[in-house]
Design a protein around this ligand. Sequence first.
Ligand SMILES: [Fe+2]
Length: 253
Amino acid sequence: MIQVKTFYAYNDLRNFSYLIYDDKTGESWVVDPFEARPMIDYIKKNSLVLNGILNTHQHFDHIRGNRPLKDAFGSPIRSLGNSEYIQLNPDFALESLATPGHTLDHQVFLLKEKNLVKALFSGDTLFNAGVGNCKNGGDVNLLYETTMMLMVALPADLLLYPGHDYIQKNLEFAQTLEPENKCIQEALIKVKDQPIENRRAEKLGDDFKVNPYFRLNSQEIRQKLGVGVNSVEDAGELERDLFIKIRSLRDKW
Ligand SMILES: [Fe+2]
């Protein structure tokens, strides 16, 4: 069976790094290592074999642990093309998917069992209740297209493993746009003051209920932003405008 071990960096950026491993064979893969030491210790303690290191993008906080992990185990830093995959065992594979926006060459990794997508390692493309910013080499129009593509392409029951723990801030921001949204209120109660160690991967379907970038049809959001209420504007362009407006508000928030 494939397991996912989450490592939290306890830094200002609140990075998450992941170790994906097969509990039968002991073969493992790292995604976006920030702090190498705890990962090295865990791999050794559990007698795992590190097959490779993967990065969703090249921002320093997602590659910081590459070198020490490579030095410790001699494992390659793998870079995958779009739709390229690594077979983890006969049943599971990790497949890359190009998701430009946060950076132009950002990619995410889909954990697939046969043809079913079970989990998403989303780096800085998608967070709980938010999306990445485009301030460091990104493009918000591409991020809009990527987000819409993910919303259509991915199943609601997959588990979301983002690159940072931004859930509380994102929910607080989402609440400014949709104060009446009960799902946001409930999610905030759940995560407020919750120790980071108690965080669990959320289902994408639950994110659809709270993440404003997935909720461009919300009348409350449209009213709040004064965009698209009773509009005859082209629906696609309207949603793009809303997305860009929300991203820009969040940048200043
Ligand atoms: Fe980043």
